[in-house]
Structures are given as structure tokens and as C-alpha cells.
Design a protein around this ligand. Structure first.
Ligand SMILES: [Cu+2]
Length: 340
């Protein structure tokens, strides 16, 4: 009688043992589903976005190292993978709109999808390859922005790797009142920050796109992160002052922090003594706002946090990245809210 571990070892040997190095379809990717159809029931959208692919980006870390990232470009194309940003450009729409997200992977050997996380479209438009198809040419994801709130989109091909590589961006649905109001009947805000908190295991970042799909053990079950980021910026030092992350506001203003757990670890955020009103989670309003000074989250959770500072000052916000079983702190990232 086989034990589970032996069965896994047998399967891994049968699966070929290694993955292709170049990442081409000819290299033997398994468990991918190419050939996207035309969008079923396609209608004229209220708004559309074009997304291409880049796979040659890099993020400069505070210790001087750079780590390779992949992501989506703002535009079609995808050839050559130039012009990427990390995280990928936000998709921002208004509640009630029919949206088209046009993904173009033309001319590349790789497969990708877009999953609009927290949106509930049809299976064909949900971007989960195993349940529909991965995209090797073009596909138009058609969906409705049903509920205002904070979401994100990410690739769902060989997901454990592609999400880790940085293939995600914010997805924001404003209410009909527009940006400046969180949801109809909800709070208004003057200043907005999007904090997508993520961790990198840099040893994963040189793997080919199809790593592990044929059953080889490439280590994707062992996340050993060495970098801790806020919205693509190293949280060791840079995120404390980088204007893409750190907030400067006056005491008379109201701040909205759209917080996204974009990593795999649990996270705990301490707001440095500021009181925070949680108004929404995962794209839905809470029955009553809850006032806290700390949030704890798990992978893919979002919280919409309203902050009305009572005093001027510089508040250090600390994100702790926690072992998902033991709650041990594995790393930290910091940024600041400066109230003048
Ligand atoms: Cu991908």
C-alpha cells in the first residue's frame, strides 16, 4: 500500500521532473487550457479597458537587489512586454456599468487570464483557466460593476506563481456619486490611498511561467519571503516616504485607505495610534462601521478604512506579515500618515 508521499513522488517522476526553461507551449506546459472563444452574449459596454502583458519588469529593493516581476500593461499589444508597472494599472469604474476588459496575449508563447476578484460574472468571464480557458490570443472579459467597493484583479493561470510574480492591480468601483464617496449612503473622503500589501519570496521570481504545471516539485508549496511590500514599494524603508504609498493630509481632511491583502500570508496592520472606521469589507458595506486601531486579514481580503485625524503629527503604520498557522511575525513593512 502506498503512502501519500510516495504517490506524490511517483506522480512527480511521471510528470517529467523538470519544467521547460523558456516557457513556450512547446516546452511541455501541463494543465493549461488555450484557445479563448468569442465572448458569449457580447453587448456594447459602458466602459472598456485594454490589458497587455509584460514579463520582464523588475522592482528595486532597499538592499540594492532587484526582483523580477510580471504584470499587465495599460493598452493592448503585449509584444515585447514593455511599459509595465507594478502593481498593474488600476481598473476604475462606476457602479452599474457594463465593463469590457480586453486581454491581449498575442504573439507570446505564454498563457494568462484576468480574474476580477470579488466580481461574480459568468464562468467564461471569470478568468479561472481550469473552469474555462487560458488566453493565448485575445479575449474580452464582460462583467457588470454591481457593487461599489474595493476589489483587485489578477492572473489565474498557474496562479500560485503568476500572482506572486506581481500579476495584479486594484479594481475600484465608485458609486454613482463618483470618486469621493465610498458607496451610496456611505462616507465621503478627501484623500485616498490604495495599500496593496504583499510579500515576495525572491527565489520564486526566476521560475518559468509554467513552473510546476507538469507535476515537478519546484518549491511553490514553500513560501519563504524575504521582501515585504506596500503597493509595489519595499516596506523596509522606501514605503515610509514614497509618495505613491505614504499619505500627507491636513487635519481637516478625511482619508480613505483602500487596503488589499495582496499576499499569501496573514497580515496585521497597526495604524500608529490613529482610530480607523472600517466601513466596508470585500466590496460590501458593514451593517455598522466599526472603529479599531488594528486590522488583521488573510489573503485577498479588502478593508475600506476611513480616518479622521484628531491631531496633527506623523503616524507610522506598520504591517506585520504573519505565519498563517502560528501567527509568528515573518516580516514587516512600514509607511506613514503625516497630518499637518
Ligand atoms: Cu499569468
Amino acid at each position: 500500500m502506498f503512502k501519500l508521499k510516495e504517490l506524490v513522488q511517483m506522480r512527480n517522476r511521471g510528470g517529467g521532473g523538470t519544467t521547460s526553461s523558456g516557457g513556450g507551449m512547446g516546452g511541455g506546459a501541463c494543465y493549461t487550457y488555450p484557445d479563448a472563444p468569442a465572448t458569449i452574449g457580447r453587448v456594447t459596454p459602458d466602459v472598456s479597458f485594454n490589458r497587455g502583458i509584460y514579463m520582464n519588469g523588475s522592482v528595486q529593493m532597499d538592499d540594492g537587489n532587484s526582483v523580477r516581476v510580471w504584470g499587465f500593461t495599460d493598452g493592448g499589444g503585449g509584444m515585447g512586454g514593455m511599459g509595465g508597472q507594478f502593481p498593474s494599472p488600476a481598473i476604475r469604474v462606476t457602479e452599474g456599468q457594463i465593463v469590457h476588459t480586453n486581454l491581449t496575449v498575442n504573439g507570446m508563447m505564454w498563457l494568462h487570464t484576468i480574474h476580477h476578484h470579488g466580481i461574480e460574472p459568468s464562468t467564461e468571464n471569470d478568468g479561472v483557466g481550469h473552469y474555462s480557458f487560458d488566453v493565448d490570443g485575445t479575449y474580452t472579459y464582460q462583467w457588470k460593476a454591481a457593487h461599489a467597493g474595493t476589489y483587485f484583479y489578477h492572473c489565474h493561470t498557474n496562479t500560485v506563481l503568476h500572482a506572486e510574480m506581481g500579476m495584479y492591480g486594484a479594481l475600484i468601483i465608485d458609486p454613482p456619486e463618483g470618486a469621493g464617496t465610498l458607496f451610496s449612503g456611505g462616507p465621503d473622503y478627501d484623500v485616498e490611498a490604495i495599500w496593496a500589501c504583499d510579500e515576495f519570496d525572491s527565489s520564486w521570481h526566476n521560475l518559468p511561467w509554467d513552473a510546476g504545471t507538469c507535476g515537478a516539485d519546484v518549491g511553490l508549496n514553500k513560501l519563504d519571503p524575504d521582501y515585504f511590500l506596500i503597493t509595489g514599494v519595499d516596506g523596509a524603508q522606501s514605503a515610509a516616504t514614497n509618495p505613491a504609498v505614504a499619505v500627507t493630509m491636513s487635519q481637516q481632511q478625511t482619508l480613505l485607505v483602500r487596503y488589499i491583502n495582496a499576499g499569501y500570508l496573514a497580515q496585521r496592520i497597526d495604524f500608529g495610534g490613529l482610530e480607523v472606521e472600517i466601513h466596508m469589507s470585500d466590496g460590501r458595506a458593514l451593517p455598522q462601521p466599526e472603529t479599531v486601531t488594528e486590522i488583521q486579514s488573510v489573503s485577498a481580503e479588502r478593508y475600506d478604512c476611513i480616518i479622521k485625524p484628531q491631531n496633527t503629527g506623523v503616524y507610522t503604520v506598520t504591517i506585520e506579515y504573519l505565519d498563517w498557522v502560528t501567527d509568528e511575525v515573518i516580516g514587516t513593512a512600514q509607511t506613514r500618515i503625516t497630518v499637518t
